[in-house]
Write a protein that binds this ligand. Sequence first.
Ligand code: UT7
Length: 331
Amino acid sequence: MASHSGSPVYSRITGTGSYLPPERLTNADLAARLAAAGVETSDEWIVERTGIHARHFAAPDVSCSDLALEAAKNALQSAGLQASSIDLIILATSTPDMVFPSSACILQNKLGIAGCPAFDIQAVCSGFVYALTVADAMIKAGTATKALVIGAEVFSRILDFSDRTTCVLFGDGAGAVVLEASSTPGILATDLHADGKHVGILCVPGHVSGGKVIGDALLKMDGQAVFKLAVGVLESSARATLAKANMTDADIDWLIPHQANIRIMQSTAKKLKLPLEKLIVTVDQHGNTSAASIPLALDASVRSGKIKKGDTLMLEGVGGGFTWGAVLLTY
Ligand code: UT7
């Protein structure tokens, strides 16, 4: 454990926040919109295969950093901090405002602050656990004391609305935490992985060159391949993280997996021998919001009173890359 001035330094979440854009589409709303374009789906199919009932979509003039700003302001308020005291900003997103600069820099300016390091992390749906792990390491190294860690996405921008196998799954939103240096834990253990040979099963293959988008800039997914990989790595990463902290399944009060599909989440809970009451579920109301899904679920559960100070949480991300990982913490 890192030690500054003789006493160990941990990192601890001291505030949470989130934001959903106001336009909410139920499955029936989306099905009607898609039907008008000749794409057939149904509430029944979406609920049965994914557990999703509704998602939010941002208005065309609303960007990733706009959603991030609202979530960050909520998190700062819940931590009782002014933006000026933040000394690190890490924003996880795959749908940034611009090619560059980072959405974290744009957010920093919108927060009215300057000077502290600010950068994006691109690990798709694992982005928030990647960002939290990096912020934890920077706090333990003594290079930051009050970090804003955000996941924010406008996935609606990269959806192919002629592909019913993907466009019904995703939504827009943002979640944030304030992570502060603390003399008590906090983050207990972290575990990150990637395997780049699976690039093709979940990607947006286009890129920008010569002032044009080259290739297809819409999301492609082999759902079944992603499903199979996700179920395996969510179990192994949870177990690896517990082992690092000398803890067991039984120590987990709340499991907050990436909110992609209720069937993947329930299977993970079952493998970890957790009763389903310990599984935090917001995918039903938000759809898959990629890097925003975990902090959105965390904030919703803190604000509803489900998650209380002192509870042990297992956060788990999995997604494009392929990337996956977990963060075990005392809230
Ligand atoms: O965020 C990163 C992590 N992402 C994930 O974790 C996603 C992982 N994958 C999944 O969640 C699931 O694989 C899906 C929800 C994407 C798909 O569920 P599935 O049970 O694997 O369905 P499927 O792809 O096997 O499709 C079954 C049937 C097909 O019809 P046929 O070939 O059996 O006639 C599809 O054409 O369902 C059809 N289908 C639909 N029908 C109505 C696919 N999408 C739709 C739709 N509405 N939206």
